[in-house]
Design a protein around this ligand. Structure first.
Ligand code: HBI
Ligand code: FE
Length: 282
């Protein structure tokens, strides 16, 4: 079965999109700081503490160095406080959103160096796993690397590329690349393999599985292979893709993807009888 494309779950995304009309046409909304309960702040503090303890030797150096820029780990940060530091660093701004937003709106925000951060945090009973990205996933997982100039440039280029993919009908393919880099990417450092993907960095179990797992398959990032690989939404990935540096990721994804999409769309016409089993189309 084709996986639900990340960000396009069938059911209406969680989150209060009404807000009495407070959601803007670009799907952004104010971060209503007053609604966070003590339980919400506790959830953030506990998730941050647990995940931070796991990072040494597993998270890439840039992530560990930038994490303190989120602010005090005891309470949910105000996005505008982080923006005071982020804007001068790489020109990015965090904007609050009620949850998953349509692809074009998402790509448009990224193309304008605005990163959408979900404004609600999971409930205590969802502590270990929440189906949709919540504030902790977006803030802890994605935001620290926005302070890295090369990674920040790549993410903006991804947004521009996403708008083009949308015009070409290739969002499914591009979302796989997003999945295997921005969400679940690994990087080869001088002192060994580390994680840079937000989905891996914000998950206690997957961080160890991805970087240290014995059975885990790890492949040097190849655009065609990544865009032909099906990812799993609700379990660890069997395969992870590895880059040599953020510059390598930026350079690899800089060229026009149109020829790649043409190859992929042609390949995807493979007669069902020839479709190979397993998670990856070889
Ligand atoms: N919306 N808020 C939010 N966050 C995401 O990461 C996100 C999204 N919408 C779509 C989406 N991601 C993916 O489908 C991208 O590949 C477009
Ligand atoms: Fe994410």
């Amino acid at each position: 079965a084709t996986p639900t494309v990340y960000g396009q779950s069938e059911r209406a995304p969680r989150g209060d999109y009404s807000r009495g009309g407070l959601v803007n046409t670009d799907y952004t909304c104010p971060q209503n700081y007053a609604i966070y309960t003590e339980a919400d702040h506790n959830t953030y503090r506990q998730l941050h503490a647990r995940q931070s303890a796991l990072l040494p030797g597993l998270a890439c150096d840039q992530f560990i160095a930038a994490l303190p820029l989120l602010g005090k780990p005891e309470r949910i940060p105000r996005f505008e406080d982080i923006n005071q530091r982020l804007q001068p660093a790489t020109g990015w701004q965090l904007v609050a959103v009620p949850g998953l937003i349509p692809e074009v709106a998402f790509f448009t925000l990224l193309a304008n160096r605005q990163f959408p951060v979900t404004d609600w945090i999971r409930k205590p009973e969802e502590f270990d796993y929440v189906v949709e990205p919540d504030l902790f996933h977006d803030l802890f997982g994605h935001v620290p690397l926005l302070f890295d100039p090369v990674f920040a440039d790549h993410l903006q280029a991804y947004g521009v590329g996403g708008l083009k993919a949308n015009r070409l009908g290739a969002c499914e393919q591009l979302s796989r690349l997003y999945w295997f880099t921005i969400e679940f990417g690994l990087i080869r450092q001088h002192d060994g393999l580390r994680a840079y993907g937000a989905g891996v960095l914000s998950s206690p179990g997957e961080l160890v599985h991805a970087v240290r797992g014995e059975q885990t398959q790890r492949i040097a990032l190849d655009l065609l292979r990544a865009m032909r690989s099906h990812y799993r939404i609700d379990s660890f990935q069997p395969t992870y893709f590895v880059i040599d540096s953020f510059q390598h990721l930026f350079d690899l994804t800089a060229p026009d993807f149109t020829p790649l999409y043409a190859q992929l769309l042609a390949l995807d016409e493979i007669p069902p009888g020839l479709i190979l089993s397993g998670e990856e189309l070889l």
